[in-house]
Design a protein around this ligand. Structure first.
Ligand code: GCW
Length: 678
């Protein structure tokens, strides 16, 4: 038995629901499908563990409606439901929940078993806010079709950029399937996740074999657990798999032998797992093989794979994280930020229908602040996924509190001006171009730590990611407060206090780390902690170019790398000039003198000093607030989180001092407020 906590599914009896303790006697269901048993079990738990009633009876035979009473009724959505719910159509994954007072029945109606399962979780979510079943009325359906999680788990058992222990899928090249696998599927379904890739996009030797008989039966077992929670399983594949397995000498996508190899491999895979989701591919990136090796395009590469799984309904998710990682810091024209757009824009319209391009939110790499990738506003005839990183690689590695939903919301709301439906949200929800295959993928922050996410407060990012994808209209605050209620209960003081700590934590993190969008300044390799010149004289294309006069990367058309021109107007014009570039991105787009005055009225150098002092003070205040929760929340969570907050404070001071000293020495400028900066 694996040892783990139940995170936000930690059900407990609510006194607010005392009055309806005896109301739910039977759960009726006449819906069929893989998810129904799980939906019913979840409701049983809700009745006993949240409402505090006796275990309800279960009735899954078809009953005449007039015989139903005192319970919950799971049913297929029909015209009567439609009439009762103002014409609402649930579609593939939506649901209606309402109370039928005549029969004392809560009705959960959907078009299929997945919709029912989501309806059940939504009903429970509202119960846990203290709402009586008779008051819960919902008509909801997801805004985003694909709501995916990417695991960067390796079969050895470690996780690339994992900050919550090791993998719970693998240990020493063995696949683990236990109660934790099941619980994980349940947790993810509860927040609406419907696709998961379970191995790292950097596919090493052993992982290449996941699609072969060596592991397929176990992969199928995981697939079936996920399927019973409405989740499609994906695997990352190595583009050079036929070569890695020493079966062919090339992996050229136009080579007949290669095409046949993949056809056979895919046919076998779908024979074993008919409802398998498809392949996720990182090609020609950071040392990974790909079509470039053979002078082919990424469309050649992706389409070849896609054609081997199209007939089974499979998809290829192809990442756009393709750039030259062997740059020279003295070359100020080559620009890593340009790379994704330069590589993919010319291929717009060339990808098959079951291929989707997965685009990182920014042009570089999950920095605390980046502009939105210009590919979203550029591609018009291509399926697109937005890729965000829930794992906090560059945002404190789950040792710092950094609630990322506000950042993701900003990205979704960004208007690319590609059309009159030009926001990233409209593009990845399919509203803009009606794409069949579009959505959001998040690199997950889970591991085998007892609490799943290392830092307890990092649970807000995982929970928030799923909820945001399902319902993009929710604000970052609504999502945070909802998570706090599910995790810590209905107490208002706890809710306000935890929200005060996490609500603005992304902006706090930004204050004490790289200034004004310039990025990096982290220790090479592990990417934790300050090292201002850590990547400055290296090959990765991640520079800030600070000298005695100024800092920042000139990405203008006039004098820089020309990156600003990859945007549609008016962004291309705005980013071209410092005066019209938003302060927070100024150094991403421009190399500026230290005495340049920002919109805020401060010089850049004074902004650097001030924000770094403020950032540390804000972390101090977070700790004071957290201490008010002592005795009010689970003591284990209290202590665990306090330890991490203390570490965050130490780390924030180190960031402050290193950055301030660095820029003081470079610029020779005193702090206007007279604080000591060495
Ligand atoms: O952010 C970088 C990480 C790599 C990662 C890569 C990617 C999986 O530092 O560890 O590799 O991005 O997204 O492919």
């Amino acid at each position: 038995m694996a040892v783990f906590e139940k995170a936000w599914l930690n059900y407990r009896v609510l006194k607010e629901l005392e009055g309806c303790r005896n109301d739910i006697k039977v759960i009726f269901s006449d819906v069929k499908g893989k998810c129904i048993d799980n939906a019913i079990n979840e409701l049983k738990l809700a009745v006993t563990d949240i409402i505090g009633g006796d275990e309800p009876g279960i009735c899954t035979c078809v009953r005449i409606v007039s015989e139903l009473s005192d319970g919950i009724y799971l049913k297929l959505y029909n015209d009567d439901d439609k009439e009762l719910n103002d014409g609402f159509e649930p579609g593939e994954e939506g649901y209606a929940v309402y109370y039928d007072a005549d029969n004392r029945l809560t009705v959960i109606a959907a078009d299929n078993d997945r919709g029912i399962l989501y309806g059940v979780f939504a009903f429970i979510r509202n119960l846990r806010k203290g709402m009586l079943p008779s008051d819960i009325r919902l008509t909801e359906k997801p805004d985003i079709t694909f709501r995916m999680l990417d695991h960067w788990d390796n079969m050895y058992g470690d996780i690339e950029r994992g900050y919550s222990g090791n993998s719970f899928f693998y240990d020493n090249y063995r696949i683990i399937i236990d109660d934790r696998t099941e619980f994980y599927a349940r947790m993810m379904a509860s927040i609406g996740i419907n696709a998961i890739a379970i191995n790292n996009v950097n596919v090493h030797q052993e992982e290449t074999l996941l699609i072969t008989d060596k592991y397929l039966n176990e992969v199928k077992r995981i697939n079936d657990i996920f399927a019973s929670y409405g989740i499609k399983l994906y695997l990352s594949v190595n583009y050079a798999a036929p070569v890695e397995m020493v079966e062919l000498e090339v992996s050229d996508p136009l080579d007949e032998g290669v095409i046949e190899w993949w056809k056979k491999a895919s046919a076998h895979l779908y024979d074993v797992i008919p409802d398998f989701g498809g392949y996720l591919v990182k090609a020609d990136s950071e040392g990974r093989p790909g079509p470039f090796t053979y002078g082919r395009t990424h469309a050649d590469g992706a389409n070849m794979l896609a054609r081997t799984i199209a007939q089974y309904g499979g998809n290829v998710i192809w990442r756009c994280f393709v750039y030259n990682c062997r740059q020279d810091w003295r070359d100020r024209k080559t620009d890593r930020a340009r790379a994704a757009y330069d590589h993919f824009i010319g291929l717009d319209g060339e990808f098959d229908d079951n291929v989707v391009l997965q685009i990182k939110n920014g042009p570089v790499d999950f920095q605390p602040r980046e502009p939105v990738s210009p590919l979203f506003g550029g591609l018009k005839k291509t399926n697109m996924f937005l890729e965000v990183q829930i794992a906090q690689e560059y945002t404190g590695q789950q040792r710092h509190v950094c609630y990322l939903v506000p950042m993701w919301k900003e990205i979704l709301d960004f208007n690319t001006y590609a059309s009159d439906k030009g926001t990233v949200k409209e593009i990845v929800s399919g509203e803009a171009y009606g794409n069949r295959l579009c959505g959001i993928a998040g690199v997950t922050n889970t591991g085998n730590d007892i609490n799943w996410t290392g830092h307890d407060l990092a649970g807000a990012n995982l929970y928030g990611y799923g909820r945001m994808c399902f319902d993009t209209a929710l604000s970052a605050e609504e999502i945070a407060r909802e998570w706090i209620t599910q995790e810590f209960g209905t107490d208002k003081f706890i809710n306000d206090t935890v929200y005060d700590i996490i609500g603005n934590s992304w902006l706090t993190y930004e204050k004490y780390t790289p200034p004004l969008g310039v990025g990096w300044m982290v220790n090479p390799s592990n990417h934790y902690g300050p090292n201002v010149d850590g990547y400055e004289y290296d090959r990765w294309g991640t520079y800030h170019f600070a000298d005695c006069k100024g800092v920042g990367v000139d990405r203008t058309v006039a004098t820089g790398t020309g990156y600003a021109s990859q945007y549609n107007k008016p962004w291309s014009d705005r980013y071209e000039k410092p005066e019209t570039t938003p302060d927070e991105l100024l150094l991403f787009f421009h190399h500026m003198d230290y005495d340049y005055v920002l919109d805020s009225g401060k010089t850049i150098i004074q902004h650097i000093y001030d924000t770094h002092f403020e950032g540390v003070e804000e972390v101090e205040r977070m700790i004071d607030k957290w201490k008010k929760l002592e005795g009010k929340i689970n003591p284990v969570i209290y202590e665990r989180t306090l330890d991490r907050l203390n570490e965050q404070l130490e780390s924030a001071k180190e960031w402050r001092d290193r950055i301030n000293t660095y820029f003081y020495r470079k610029s020779g400028t005193e702090d206007k407020k007279g604080r000591t900066i060495y």
